[in-house]
Design a protein around this ligand. Structure first.
Ligand SMILES: [Zn+2]
Length: 215
């Protein structure tokens, strides 16, 4: 679940998924721990943490309960205060850090979460560390070390990186408050760019049809 901010939790629930087999072991042992948050300046989101009691499979997800325009958020990380800036990443959100050549696109197993900049960068760190473990050349390992060092430095205020989140369905956001809002740029996604992003989301086309059917 989210790394912080218990204060905006509206509701919690736990349920067993009776008719849905675990995608890993096939047994009907999935349990959902969910909560509904009211996030300031964004709205209601439902966080779900799915856990298989038989094999230990886990998956986290976030769903927005309100309609949102598709947007790109760009936030400059260059100070320790940035660690606690809230981040909502739904499975339809694209994450980029241009300075580090990092791009995370929504895959079929993409996870959703409500966290903060530090939590988001920790997830990216873990992925970089895993990738470095598989690296075949010294150059790739060095590159991974450089990325980790720049992330750490940015969080200490000694370097600057930009965290970009784009969500063609509007379900993801970076939400700084107070003076930190000045470091945020928000842009609406539209036209060809929006179309292309939607086509890159697994199940995105169906999601689009569902939504147009609703209204
Ligand atoms: Zn299982």
């Amino acid at each position: 679940m989210g790394e912080e901010d218990e204060d905006f939790v509206k509701e919690r629930f736990t349920m067993k998924l009776k008719d849905q087999p675990c995608p890993v072991c096939g047994s009907e042992s999935l349990v959902v721990y969910g909560r509904i948050d009211e996030i300031p300046h964004f709205g209601e989101v439902m966080e779900q943490f799915i856990y298989c009691e038989s094999c230990g499979y886990r998956h986290s997800d976030v769903m927005c309960l309100e309609d949102k325009p598709p947007r790109e958020y760009r936030y400059k990380v260059n100070a320790p205060e940035d660690k606690s800036v809230r981040v909502v990443r739904s499975p339809t959100g694209f994450i980029e850090i241009p300075e580090l050549g990092i791009e995370v696109t929504p895959g079929p197993a993409a996870e959703g979460f409500v966290s903060n900049v530090e939590g988001l960068l920790n997830r990216i760190r873990d992925n970089v560390i895993t990738a470095a473990g598989w690296a075949e050349t010294e150059e790739e390992r060095k590159r991974a070390e450089e990325i980790l060092e720049r992330i750490d430095k940015a969080l200490e205020g000694e370097d600057e990186i930009t965290v970009v989140i784009k969500d063609p369905f509007g379900h993801s956001a970076i939400l700084p408050e107070g003076e930190l809002e000045e470091k945020l740029e928000v842009r609406e996604l539209k036209g060809e760019e929006l179309k292309e992003l939607k086509s890159l989301v697994p199940g995105g086309v169906e999601l689009e049809e569902d939504r147009s059917g609703e209204s």
